[in-house]
Design a protein around this ligand. Structure first.
Ligand code: FAD
Ligand code: FES
Length: 275
């Protein structure tokens, strides 16, 4: 049996600045055979270890395409993330994963798909958005709504332009506070709902972002008439083992690391209040 605590070694192949506090790292397995075994689905995550510093979970932020690298997008908030930001191309890290359940995909085919991302909540949605767009004919209407605090907080600017340019996606972006160069929407991401043509009964929503944003967006979606089981989000909890052994991330009878981090709103409600 493989040791779930033993990381594989990856090398930083590329680093891209997303914002003033967020970077995307392209990572390549040192042993190519491990890349073959590293089959993942959007919504899953990895535990990344910096030797001598510590370990932290990050969602898989790129779709598995022809490349031999995968991406994580990291906001510097503490010891591991700040140390990661100080590394350069060629540095080696440990990676355990893929971990967790991932988003439903085949199960939501033929439905309308609504993505709602807030700030650093776009990374878990990004590979799913591309997976849906790469199978565009198998879905109904696709809508991508993205909000950030300010223009300087928007991540994946290349992807945003590619989604905006497509005529088979409704794409809108908004910021809480604009600047002198901003000519697009201003307001929290929920202010985009009336502008988007959403058919509640036909729609499955994927919502990722800060907890406060998720709370308001879910409330809006429910009041629009989306079903509780058609709203999916990812939960962030402090984690240790990442594989359902240490009880660190337990909510009710569910391990966020193993049974999640993706849950429907219906599942989340039951976990928080099993009563
Ligand atoms: C499944 C999952 C996926 C994640 N994906 C991403 C991602 O794609 N990109 C990204 O930038 N971050 C992501 N995170 C959050 C990231 O793991 C934490 O920011 C990271 O663990 C912080 O480690 P640190 O050592 O740098 O900070 P620390 O020095 O440990 O802490 C810095 C501050 O962050 C708080 N903190 C630490 N961990 C968490 C946490 N899990 N949730 C809330 N607050 C925390 C601490 O209380 C402290 O205030 C994810 C978390 C989970 C559980
Ligand atoms: S992190 Fe150990 S059980 Fe989830």
């Amino acid at each position: 049996m493989e040791n779930a605590y033993l990381p594989d070694v990856v090398e930083i192949a590329a680093i891209r600045d997303e914002t003033y506090d967020t970077k995307t790292f392209g990572l390549r397995f040192v042993e190519p055979a491990r890349w073959e075994a590293f089959q993942y689905r959007p919504g899953q995550f990895v535990e990344v270890s910096l030797f001598g510093v510590g370990e932290a979970p990050f969602c898989l932020a790129s779709a598995r395409d022809g490349a031999d690298t995968f991406e994580i997008t990291v906001r510097g908030t503490g010891s591991v993330t700040d140390a990661l930001h100080n590394l350069e191309v060629g540095a080696q890290l440990g990676v355990r994963g893929p971990l967790g359940n991932g988003f439903p995909f085949d199960e939501v085919k033929r439905r309308d798909i609504l993505f709602v991302g807030g700030g650093i909540g776009l990374p878990p949605l990004r590979p799913l958005i591309w997976q849906v767009l790469n199978s565009r004919g198998e879905f109904g209407k696709v809508t991508v709504l993205y909000g950030a605090r300010a223009p300087a907080d928007l991540v994946y600017k290349d992807d945003l332009e590619r989604w905006r340019a497509r005529d088979d996606v409704e794409f809108m972006v908004t910021v809480d506070v604009g600047d002198e160069s901003w000519t697009d929407n201003v307001g929290v991401v929920g202010t985009l709902f009336p502008k988007a043509d959403i058919e509640p009964q036909a729609t499955v929503a994927f919502v990722c972002g800060p907890p406060i944003m998720i709370r308001f967006v879910v409330r809006d979606l429910l009041s629009m008439g989306l079903a509780e089981e058609d709203i999916y989000t990812t939960l962030e909890r402090h984690m240790r083992c990442g594989v359902g052994k240490c009880n660190h991330c337990l909510i009710g009878d569910k391990y966020v690391c193993k049974d999640g981090p993706v849950f429907s709103y219906r599942q989340m409600k039951t976990m928080m209040d099993p009563g």
